[in-house]
Design a protein around this ligand. Structure first.
Ligand code: MLT
Length: 325
């Protein structure tokens, strides 16, 4: 019997040593970042900027892979099932906190199946419409939507997405039901807004500023309590009479649960470098947002934020009474 013990112990030590070497040598091949929203949308924009910067600091390529659908739950299910080895990550946003309350059946646990790497940015939203939408300002937009109700087509990125949540809050505040049109992300939704196939959307500045600046869509209001620097002429929804209306879209980088802490810390360090990258800061500013302070780009900060947001959206969804199968 004793003869077996040394062999077993040796095997155990070799395995542990191998795992330790793999972690110390991490990363030694490309890393995939799953973005659970379609290409060309705001989450994709933020993710590609972060991936490009982290590639430079980690010395291995971070490859963005879009997996849109069902308000991020299709891609998040894939990320949850990935090997916890640091080579598959996900960048998602507030949808990670809302999906558990909105979906009766989820193939994953948005909290327990993930380890946080760190927060990234908190993006303002804008109420926008096709360029020939009749209302000329937020007051006439509100009056029009109240009058025309379900004749108005509201585009979003699937139940639980930021654009869906903003629409849910907006329609609750206006006590009106527009007809909602889901997409795999607000990239494709923006294409239909530009083409006039849908009337309006509440979407992140990272997607709407370029189109508003070019005059291709109309901007009516921002969802933040204060006006934002890059859109000084756009009033807040609170100025328009929607008391206490506030909606921004936090983004975080996640890894599958069970990813070694040493790997999470290494990724968090590279994320913090990216958030201080002048190119990232400049591009974020042009798109109406800023990186979070580096002390929030940590596993502990994201884990705590996600838990608080899950509790927040649970009560918001219960009040709205909106669910998805
Ligand atoms: C959202 O509405 O959740 C996002 O805009 C989706 C996306 O990034 O496409």
């Amino acid at each position: 019997m004793p003869r077996i013990l040394p062999i077993f112990a040796a095997l155990l030590m070799t395995t542990a040593a191998g795992a330790a070497f793999a972690q110390s040598d991490y990363p030694n091949r490309p890393i995939t970042i799953i973005v659970p929203h379609a290409a060309g949308g705001p989450t994709d924009t933020v993710s590609r900027l972060i991936a490009e910067s982290m590639t430079r600091s980690l010395g291995e390529t971070l490859v963005v892979e879009n997996a849109g659908g069902a308000g991020s739950t299709v891609g998040a299910a894939r990320a949850a099932r990935a090997e916890p080895d640091g080579y598959t990550l996900m960048i998602n946003h507030v949808a990670q906190a809302s999906s558990g309350s909105l979906y009766r059946k989820l193939a994953f646990d948005p909290d327990a199946d993930f380890d946080g790497v760190g927060l990234i940015t908190d993006v303002p939203m804008t109420v926008v419409a096709r360029k020939d939408f009749e209302p000329t300002d937020i007051a006439s937009y509100i009056a029009w939507v109240k009058e025309h109700g379900d004749e108005v087509l509201y585009g979003h990125a699937g139940v639980g997405s930021a654009s869906h949540l903003c629409g849910m809050l907006l329609m609750d505040a206006l006590d009106v039901k527009m007809t909602t049109v889901p997409y795999k992300g607000t990239g494709p939704a923006m294409t239909d807004l530009l083409g006039g196939q849908i009337d309006t959307m509440c979407d992140q500045t990272t997607n709407t500023i370029p189109q508003m600046t070019s005059g291709a869509i109309k901007g009516y209001a921002v969802t933040t309590p204060e006006r934002i620097e890059v859109l000084p002429d756009l009033p807040t929804l609170q100025e328009a009479g929607l008391e206490g209306f506030e909606m921004t879209v936090w983004h975080g980088m996640f890894a599958p649960a069970g990813t070694p802490p040493e790997i999470l810390e290494k990724l968090s360090g590279a994320l913090q470098v990216a958030l201080q990258d002048p190119k990232v800061i400049e591009r974020f500013a042009q798109l109406g947002t800023t990186p979070v302070p580096v002390e929030e780009a940590t596993p502990a900060a994201l884990d705590a934020h996600l838990a608080a947001e899950i509790a927040k959206w649970k009560s918001v969804v219960a009040k709205a009474g909106e669910f998805a199968d």
